[in-house]
Design a protein around this ligand. Structure first.
Ligand SMILES: Cc1ncc(COP(=O)(O)O)c(C=O)c1O
Length: 415
């Protein structure tokens, strides 16, 4: 009898409060989406079968008097000197889509003043490198992952997609043409910057009916000069780089401009990079323009390598994926894509369970982190105090693959 009464009063309570329950369910659903970025469209494939074709590529070589002097790579700052040629492919919907790609002498780009790229930052880019191996062969590293990311960025920007393998072949030809620009110094490389911009001369905020894909090349020196130094970070929860439902997982120029002010603030405070946090939980997302990894001992005493999941806030880094793939092969510790909060890092550090924190990216491969300034406190991270740090193992192995010391399918020779 008592059960029947309590069930009846429970049902009455549910009827009275159903609107609140529905609201709660909705909020929970949104919360899950917010944390895990469960947006259905995130993984959609580019539907377009349209593409430019490598078989239609033509090359116009620079005249001898147009060739530039190749500078000493050790004196170069990133992205200041460019090679002799560039790749270009136009897209015009009214002319049937992608036009034939061309390799031409490096030149300025001329744009209509109303071009969408200039007003609404309709643009995306990629970053990969060509490495001259110890055997003299030039290799590029997992370019298919860059192509997938480029097409995802294009979809999110209303720019035309294309077949990744066609651009890889065109880029390979461009690197071949400018092969003497690939530094003859191990550790140095030729940075490849494919870019896609909306060029319609109309001010409407709309899908681009005209676009320009171009690729430029610049030699860069090694990130390391032998001595190992840890990076110091500023973590300020007032700033966010990306948010759920946004485009933080796309390599669009509009994600980078707004980070400059915060990066300048970090430098002013004597730190080198920004540790980007998100939300009231203060989730760690990325470090500057790198993905972040934590290597620590969990509460059961097991070693774990963790990096945030691809929840819409994280750029799907090629180096990030390669580190996860290598770590899974090692089978020496647990590898997890999981959310980490600032509170987790502080607890791990106080309990002497954090071993290493490091960033990963094409520019540096792996960059060890030594401290985080957070709420006027300096949290020291013992990454460089480890006897045989895991970050160094990943760096050495990726370096060996990129420079041909270790044969691996990720490093594709340019024939
Ligand atoms: C925001 C951001 N995160 C992470 C990365 C690292 O990505 P990748 O390893 O592909 O260079 C980059 C660099 O492209 C970046 O700009």
């Amino acid at each position: 009898m008592a059960t029947l009464t309590s069930r009846k009063s429970f049902l009455r309570w549910v009827l009275r409060h159903q609107h609140k329950l529905k609201q709660m369910v909705r909020t929970c659903h949104l919360k899950v989406k917010e944390v895990y970025g469960l947006d259905e469209y995130r993984n959609e494939e580019p539907e377009s079968q349209e593409t430019f074709k490598f078989s239609e590529l033509t090359t116009k070589l620079a005249d001898p008097d147009q060739l530039r002097l190749k500078p000493d790579v050790s004196e170069l700052k990133f992205g200041q000197v460019f090679s002799d040629h560039m790749l270009k492919a136009f897209y015009h919907e009214r002319l049937g889509g992608w036009q034939k790609p061309v390799i031409i002498p490096f030149e300025n780009v001329s744009l209509h003043p109303a071009a969408k790229v200039l007003h609404y930052a309709i643009e995306l880019f990629e970053g990969l490198k060509a490495y001259r191996g110890k055997d003299g062969r030039i290799r590029i590293f997992r370019p298919d992952l860059n192509m997938n990311r480029m097409n995802s960025s294009a979809l999110s920007s209303g720019l035309p997609t294309f077949h990744g393998e066609e651009l890889i072949k065109c880029i390979n030809r461009l690197v071949q043409v400018d092969q003497e620009w690939v530094p003859h110094k191990e550790g140095a490389s030729l940075y490849i910057r494919p870019t896609l911009i909306g060029i319609d001369g109309t001010l409407g905020v709309a899908k681009s009916e005209s676009a320009l894909l171009f690729t430029i090349l610049c030699p860069v020196d090694s990130y390391f000069d032998g001595k190992e130094e840890g990076v110091s970070l500023l973590a300020d929860p007032r700033f966010a780089r990306a948010w759920p439902g946004g485009c933080g997982d796309r390599k669009m120029g509009s994600n980078y401009g707004p980070t400059i002010r915060v990066q300048t603030e970090a430098i002013k405070r004597g730190r080198q990079q920004v540790l980007w946090l998100y939300g009231p939980e203060e989730y760690l997302t990325e470090v500057g323009t790198m993905n972040i990894f934590a290597f620590y001992i969990d509460d059961k005493g097991d070693k774990v390598l963790a990096t945030p999941p691809l929840n819409g806030l994280i750029l799907p880094g090629v180096t990030r994926q390669s580190i996860i793939d290598l770590a899974l092969e090692y089978k020496e510790f647990r590898v997890e894509e999981k959310l980490l909060t600032m509170k987790d890092i502080i607890t791990l550090q106080r309990q002497n369970r954090i071993l290493e924190l490091f960033g990963s990216g094409t520019a540096c491969i792996v960059s060890p982190i030594s401290s985080i300034e957070y709420m006027d406190e300096l949290i020291e991270i013992p990454t460089l105090q480890q006897k045989s740090p895991i970050f160094k193992r990943f760096r050495d192995e990726l370096y060996a693959i990129q420079y041909g010391h270790k044969k691996h399918p990720w490093a594709m020779p340019i024939e």
